[in-house]
Write a protein that binds this ligand. Sequence first.
Ligand code: ADP
Ligand code: MG
Length: 238
Amino acid sequence: MAGVDFVDVRKSFGAFPVIKGVDIEIEDGEFVILVGPSGCGKSTLLRMLAGLENITAGEIRIGDRVVNTLPPKERDIAMVFQNYALYPHMTVAANMAFSLMLAGSQKSEIDSRVARAADILGLSKLLDRYPRQLSGGQRQRVAMGRAIVRDPQVFLFDEPLSNLDAKLRVAMRSEIKELHQRLKTTTVYVTHDQIEAMTMADKIVVMHDGIVEQIGAPLDLYDNPANLFVAGFIGSPA
Ligand code: ADP
Ligand code: MG
């Protein structure tokens, strides 16, 4: 495991700056939520950590490794997306095994990792099913299983619950937190939902228009918002 550091990270698309100098320190094992209105740069920040987007300036570190110059597969992270597209023609087991197969892992190693992830996620009895035979919550768990099998140093989530109905969303919040308590993998989680941030995060990073407005524990932000933006954003309904 390892922490994550963003050091004065900047990003422009053409001449248009979207990340304007961001510093974030994430401790080893922490569950950190980036929250802010749509378009403020949350996904861009996550994609730069994942290596799906280059940074324009600054530095990103995982543990003591500078990763912003590394290709995605050398960063030792795994990402769960909002549109958790499972492969429809593959079973649950094959969906979870796929990235390990691509990486050339041994079959015995793949089988044991898939079995462990299925056990953690309560999917052991569903390994032979196809995605169309699963509920929304089960599909979401398979998407998490694909990340868990890789046993990465860092998990990234980009609005993983926003396509689920309200009831399932609340249930999955607890599942993801339980998963984190069990694995203690450093996690960076993006949402625009204040309630999700307040209830799930060890530490919240409030973003607004490409900058960080405030970083703190949920109650710190609630009790001592740094400015009117944070007060309004944290205090307003999702
Ligand atoms: P969020 O995830 O917080 O909703 P994004 O990181 O997706 O925000 O986007 C931040 C800003 O960057 C937005 O103004 C968006 O339009 C812009 N943007 C994101 N990706 C690209 C891209 N590939 N090309 C140009 N502009 C982009
Ligand atoms: Mg986004």
